[in-house]
Every structure is written in C-alpha cells, then in structure tokens.
Design a protein around this ligand. Structure first.
Ligand SMILES: [Zn+2]
Length: 228
C-alpha cells in the first residue's frame, strides 16, 4: 500500500514535469493540478440565485447555480459528460469548494442527485452529478440519498423549448425502490443536485416527487446555468 502511494506520488511528480498543471480557463501555469489561477476562479465562481417562479420550477423553494455555463464550467461539464474525462473533476471540485453558498443550500438535511435512466448510466458509467458534488458533499458533511429513480428514458432536454421540456420529463421520476413510501424524506430539507439548470424542468419534476413524499423543502443547486 505504502509502495503504491509512493508510486502514485512519483507519477504525479513526473506528470507535473511532463504536463505542468494549468488553469482550465486561461491556460496559465498554476502550482497544483486541479487548481485555477486566482483571477479565473473569481470570475468563474459567481454563485447566483435563479428565479423559480416559472411553471417548470413550481415545486422548488429556490435554486442556485455556482456559475455560468457559458465559460470554463460549461467546458469542464462537457469534458466529463460526453468525453468521459475525469481529469475535469479536480477543477470542478475546486470551483465548488470556493463557492460561498447561502444557508438555505448548505443547511439541507439530505442531498439527492438527479438520477439518470439505468441504461444511460450503464452506457456512461457514472452519474455526473454524483461525481461533480462528491467532494463538496464530503466537505459539508451532507449525506447523499439515492431516493429517486428515472422511471422512463427521456429525450435530451437540449434544444427543446420550455413547454416541451416540461412535457418531456413529466412523470419521468419516481421514488427509488429503497425509498418507497419516502420514510427517509418526510420532514427533511432536501437539496437537489444537478450539473446544469436551464429551465429547471428536470429539477422541478424531481422536486414534485420529493414533495409528495413529504419533504419539508426542496432547494436545487446546479454547477452551472445558462440563465442569469
Ligand atoms: Zn486562469
């Protein structure tokens, strides 16, 4: 074990000589792999509250995004999701840990990730929201509950208008088998997690199931949003 740790450290040292660590936004050299330069980190990590007054978001008490999808966060998400590049994760984790989030988000009792359909998860090999928020949840001491399941496959939300997005995910989520009856959720303040929030239709559809199961409140946190 110790030998493996030494080898890993040696590997990291060699990698930093051959591939020096650099900021994911501007490419400037930085000290640590996974680190950002200070200017890009403060430009990228801009937590903001999103309006939840629309029909898509009706079941949410509030929603926050850590930053804009248009910049470096969007690229890191696409690298992870569509190219399977887990090397994007240390940058994502650093951005999340740098975000100052409000009490309504950090004081949740329990976190729930938006689930993928089983087939999609097998094909991709991971649920991106679980990987994205793993380090942040650990730092918060917040546990993750696999309370939700995607009961049917849905078409990608990308490119659909708000009305079509609501219809696309209507009834697509249910309580997972382990959570039938929602005993774990009753009276709890739930934090729903996803990589991106666009109209909020997916998060809203999940929130409706959690509310029905007795959740006291449901707030959403997305890594990135293309809404201001
Ligand atoms: Zn930079």
């Amino acid at each position: 074990m110790r030998c493996a740790a030494h080898l890993a450290a040696l590997g990291d040292a060699l990698a930093s000589i051959v591939f020096p660590a650099h900021c994911p936004a501007c490419g400037a050299y930085v000290e640590e792999r996974g680190g950002w330069c200070a200017a890009c980190l403060s430009r990228t990590v801009q937590p903001h509250r999103l309006a939840v007054s629309t029909e898509a978001c009706a079941a949410l008490d509030g929603a926050w995004a850590v930053g804009s999808y248009a910049g470096a966060l969007g690229k890191l998400i696409r690298d992870l999701k569509y190219r399977g590049r887990r090397g994007a994760l240390p940058y994502i984790h650093a951005a999340l840990l740098a975000a100052k989030l409000p009490q309504e988000i950090v004081s949740a009792d329990l976190a729930v990730c938006v689930p993928l359909h089983a087939e999609r998860q097998t094909e991709r090999g991971f649920n991106q929201a679980e990987l994205i928020f793993a380090a942040w949840l650990k730092a918060q001491g917040m546990s993750l509950s696999e309370s939700l399941a995607r009961s049917r496959a849905t078409a990608p939300q990308y490119g659909l208008g708000e009305r079509a997005r609501i219809e696309n995910v209507r009834g697509a989520f249910s309580l997972s088998l382990a959570e039938k009856g929602g005993a774990l959720l009753a009276g709890k303040r739930i934090l729903l997690l996803d990589d991106i929030l666009t109209t909020g239709a997916t998060l809203g559809s999940c929130a409706a199931v959690l509310r029905k199961a007795g959740a006291a409140s449901v707030y959403a946190l997305a890594l990135a949003s293309d809404r201001s």
